[in-house]
Write a protein that binds this ligand. Structure first.
Ligand code: SF4
Ligand code: SF4
Length: 288
């Protein structure tokens, strides 16, 4: 595997095989349910101007792909154009979505498991991919697992991470943002997302959109707003999501509920991601 055109399909296969065949893809419940369905994968170049834009938009603490590689491999001369961001979408299963659709205040057991154990699957996928790339001789780093990863306060958006998985997915052609801040992808908004950065050249995935809100019916047609009524915390309005209100619902309310009712340390909500027209697809007018 050393031809540039073969690297994309190879990485796509590594990610898909992990989710479809690894026993790590589990909600850790009695039924041994899978955490995620087959993934979507996209690529963006390390010198994509969007990554510089994010620093201005989110805050100067938001790291670029080049910075991540440069601090991980100190002393090496690395150019941004030599890098690729490999991003993926892990869609929730039909069972998890169905369970959470029925909820109106707290998350279902499977959704809360997906938030905690599903994210462990996501971390294992990040580690697996970095390992596979290194084995083939490519330098790679998982931004969310890097020692520099932290939560900061963005002047515009409040709590924000030093690497936004959703923004990496947007840059990699995988979806656009909805009114509730979630990323609407061809598999919908009920998903988790992850990425790694590697010193490998792969043709970027074409972004099939020109606007960062293109898939949301509220921003394009002024309709829908279903995520507003789904939110038990009143955190979503026509002005977007109030992260502070959302967070206060997650911790301690859903945390206490999950511990007492489901018997594990977790939290979650995702009501705005389920039972809405953009849950499992890019919504159209007839879905409202
Ligand atoms: S539920 Fe409707 S308004 Fe909310 S993000 Fe989805 S498409 Fe947009
Ligand atoms: S995760 Fe829950 S509390 Fe937060 S915005 Fe969505 S529905 Fe509201």
């Amino acid at each position: 595997m050393d031809q540039k055109e073969e690297r994309g399909p190879w990485l796509q296969k590594v990610i898909t095989d992990f989710i479809e065949t690894s026993p790590e893809n589990t909600l850790k419940n009695h039924a041994h349910q899978k955490a995620f369905n087959a993934p979507l994968v996209g690529f963006s170049s390390g010198d994509d101007p969007l990554y510089e834009d994010y620093r201005e938009h989110v805050g100067p603490f938001h790291m670029t792909p080049w910075e991540l590689l440069a601090v991980t491999y100190r002393g090496l001369h690395i150019k941004a154009e030599e890098l690729t961001v490999i991003s993926w979408i892990l869609p929730q299963t039909e069972t998890t979505k169905l369970d959470n659709r029925k909820q109106d205040i707290y998350p279902s057991d499977s959704w809360a498991r997906s938030r905690i154990f599903g994210e462990e699957v996501n971390d294992k996928l990040r580690e697996h991919l970095v390992k596979c790339l290194k084995k083939e001789g490519y330098r790679a780093v998982a931004p969310s697992l890097a020692p520099q990863s932290s939560i900061r306060i963005s002047p515009k958006y409040g709590y924000a991470s030093t690497w936004s998985e959703r923004h990496a997915a947007y840059a990699s052609g995988l979806g656009t943002f909805g009114l509730c801040d979630g990323l609407i992808t061809p598999k919908g908004k009920a998903m988790r997302t992850g990425s790694i950065v590697a010193q490998i050249k792969i043709p970027p995935t074409k972004r099939p959109y020109t606007n960062h809100h293109e898939y949301c019916l509220f921003y394009t047609k002024g309709t829908c707003k279903k995520c507003i009524s789904r939110c038990p915390a009143g955190a979503i309005s026509e002005n977007g999501k109030d992260k502070e209100l959302c967070y206060r619902h997650l911790i301690p309310k859903t945390r206490d509920y999950v511990t007492s009712n489901y018997g594990f340390n977790g939290y979650g909500c995702g009501l705005c991601q389920t039972g809405v027209p953009c849950e499992s697809k890019i919504p159209g007018n007839k879905d409202v």
